[in-house]
Design a protein around this ligand. Structure first.
Ligand code: NAP
Length: 293
């Protein structure tokens, strides 16, 4: 069976890597590539190594597939625009968003799905090299999902399906795991710099700690992985840490994370006599002040 012919509206950081990967694995035949500017579409075609850069998708692409690789905020308007010009034409259409439902493409009047690649596409070459084994989270109608699952699994991806109703929570989970890990690292670096550690030493030390923590979390539940002064109930030590964080203007974030950490500790070891005092030290400073007033 011939691979499907796949056109792309919005071929930026994510879509061009997906298309080149699928092409190199002989899973799709690349068709037209349309971006806001023709120059950008040509750059995408150069990267993919196939396809035709166009200013506007041709009016008749009946029976082909369409990837809408647009930013999330552009999907609805683009689907409505295409629905006027070329209604019901494609055999299948899908987008790459982790937070928008596949149903945003319903105006196209064709079977629709979403495939969220769980990967950052900041650097195209390294993202392409890392595509085998990448998690792809599908959501949408059963028939297009089955067809997409086939080509993405044959290309070497790992497929998962989630329900549309859980999409916002799924995306929030990925933001916490990925983006907030960066935020935690920044907080740790700020505090390490205040300790007098050089930047290279701080980066190396914190990197080792975070990697070791992630290794443990791959094998056990968070409550089992937790150690440290909050878990031990060492109120005096935590008071010193809060003061140090306050000194860097980071007390609010440090306390909020500490309260969440105390909740995890409680779920694992139960209540300790020191926990009420720990709660006071970790209380939101503005709430504590207003309660005193
Ligand atoms: N980037 C990631 O790491 C990543 C990871 C997973 C999923 N995703 C998802 O992938 C999708 C695209 O994100 P991205 O980061 O790849 O976006 P991006 O790099 O900003 O690329 C978007 C592309 O869409 C084109 N475009 C924008 N509006 C258009 C319009 N009205 N008509 C035609 N083309 C239009 C742009 O064209 P010009 O180049 O001419 O401006 C650009 O090439 C989003 O749903 C995102 O959630 C992204």
């Amino acid at each position: 069976m011939n691979p499907p012919r796949l056109h792309c509206l919005g071929c930026g950081r994510a879509a061009k890597v997906i298309l080149r990967w699928l092409r190199e694995q002989a899973r799709v035949d690349i068709g037209q590539i349309c971006n806001r500017s023709l120059a950008s579409a040509r750059r995408a075609v150069d990267f993919i190594g196939a396809g035709e850069a166009v200013e506007v998708l041709a009016a008749d692409l009946s029976g082909d597939w369409l990837l809408m690789g647009l930013p999330d905020g552009e999907l609805e308007a683009a689907a409505l625009g295409l629905s006027c010009r070329m209604p019901g034409q494609f055999a299948l259409a899908f987008h790459l968003s982790g937070s928008m439902s596949a149903s945003v493409l319903d105006p196209l009047g064709v079977p629709v799905a979403a495939v969220h690649p769980v990967r950052a596409f900041a650097d195209a070459d390294s993202a392409l090299a890392a595509m085998p084994g990448t998690r792809l989270v599908g959501e949408g109608q059963a028939q297009p999902l089955d067809r997409l699952r086939t080509i993405f699994e044959q290309a070497g991806g790992r497929w998962l399906v989630i329900d549309g109703g859980g999409k916002a929570a799924y995306h929030a989970a990925t933001v916490v795991a990925s983006n907030y890990l960066v935020t935690l690292n920044q907080l740790a670096r700020t505090l390490a710099a205040a300790s007098g550690l050089s930047t290279p030493d701080a980066v190396d030390l914190l990197d080792g700690l975070q990697r070791a923590g992630l290794d443990v979390l791959g094998q056990s539940a968070p409550a089992q992985a937790l150690t440290g002064p909050i878990e031990r109930g060492d109120v005096a030590a935590v008071a010193r840490l809060v003061a140090a964080a306050d000194g860097q203007g980071q007390g609010g974030l440090f306390r909020a994370l500490g309260r969440a950490t105390l909740d995890i500790a409680l779920s694992a070891r139960g209540q300790k006599p020191s926990d009420p005092a720990m709660r006071v030290i970790l209380a939101d400073a503005s709430v504590a002040t207003s309660q005193r007033d």
